[in-house]
Design a protein around this ligand. Structure first.
Ligand SMILES: *[C@@H]1O[C@H](CO)[C@@H](O)[C@H](O)[C@H]1NC(C)=O
Ligand SMILES: *[C@@H]1O[C@H](CO)[C@@H](O)[C@H](O)[C@H]1NC(C)=O
Length: 237
């Protein structure tokens, strides 16, 4: 239900209505536009798809059109920094000399740039959700921030395993991790972990993030963290 209209003003994305519709009022959908449509256009721009940039324009949503961009040139003029970062990533993809580590570095830089822009724009959407759901969405985005410094390798299998930890429905008042009965133990644990991270981040006034970033500059620390994360994934899956 995360892509559905949270205001309930339309039946967009709701099971009883237009189920495949993605609502422009959905925080999750809006943020992910910046993580899917924008990188797609940057990929087109880089030439790896063999499509001419002038041939692709997305249709705008019914409202809030200025919150999004629809083709290569309008994305560049509205979000130059982010588009440049995605372009840089695809240039690395095209270059045979770049290592997997290099790719991760550029991927995460672009990803963080997209998230930063989207985060600023769509914070106002979170008021449409239950406190539990809004907190979850906020701390999920925060968690992604923490995954960037260790350059989490977003390979398909690892990411798919990892996403099994996502709560499979929107949270409602009264859902309290790790005791949500229709969630798996993995989902309950992820939720508990996210709440914990959010608290630490808030109470240390972001100091925890700075410490984390510094720590992850050390190869040993980064390797250890990724190994622990893999271990956790294996345990649950
Ligand atoms: C772009 O579109 C034009 C016509 O609209 C077409 O002739 C051309 O083949 C397309 N080019 C690419 C690379 O898709
Ligand atoms: C790109 O989109 C803008 C509106 O967002 C439009 O005015 C412009 O014509 C489009 N450019 C191309 C090449 O389709």
């Amino acid at each position: 239900g995360r892509l559905a209209d949270p205001t309930q003003r339309t039946n967009c994305g709701h099971e009883s209505g237009d189920y495949l519709c993605i609502s422009v009022d959905s925080w999750w959908a809006d943020v992910n536009y910046y993580l899917s449509a924008m990188p797609f256009l940057a990929a087109v721009d880089s030439g790896i798809m063999g499509i001419s940039s002038d041939n692709i324009t997305f249709l705008p949503p019914s409202k809030d059109q200025t919150n999004f961009c629809y083709n290569v040139s309008s994305c560049y003029s509205s979000f130059p920094e982010t588009m440049k970062k995605w372009n840089k990533f695809y240039q690395q993809v095209k270059s045979y000399s770049s290592s997997f580590e290099d790719l991760l570095k550029y991927l995460w830089a672009a990803h963080m740039s997209s998230l930063k822009v989207a985060h600023k724009k769509f914070g106002n959407r979170l008021k449409f959700y239950s406190k539990q759901e809004a907190d979850f969405e906020r701390s999920w985005a925060l968690f992604v921030d923490y995954l960037a410094p260790p350059l989490f390798p977003t390979t398909l299998i690892r990411t798919a395993e990892f996403q099994k930890g996502l709560p499979t429905r929107m949270l409602v008042d009264g859902d309290k991790a790790p005791l949500v009965s229709d969630f798996t133990s993995f989902q309950n644990t992820v939720l508990l972990g996210l709440n914990f991270l959010h608290k630490v981040h808030k109470y240390t006034g972001k100091l925890s993030f700075i410490v984390w970033k510094t720590l992850m500059k050390f190869k040993v620390a980064r390797k250890l963290f990724l190994e622990i994360l893999d271990l956790i994934l294996h345990c649950f899956n």
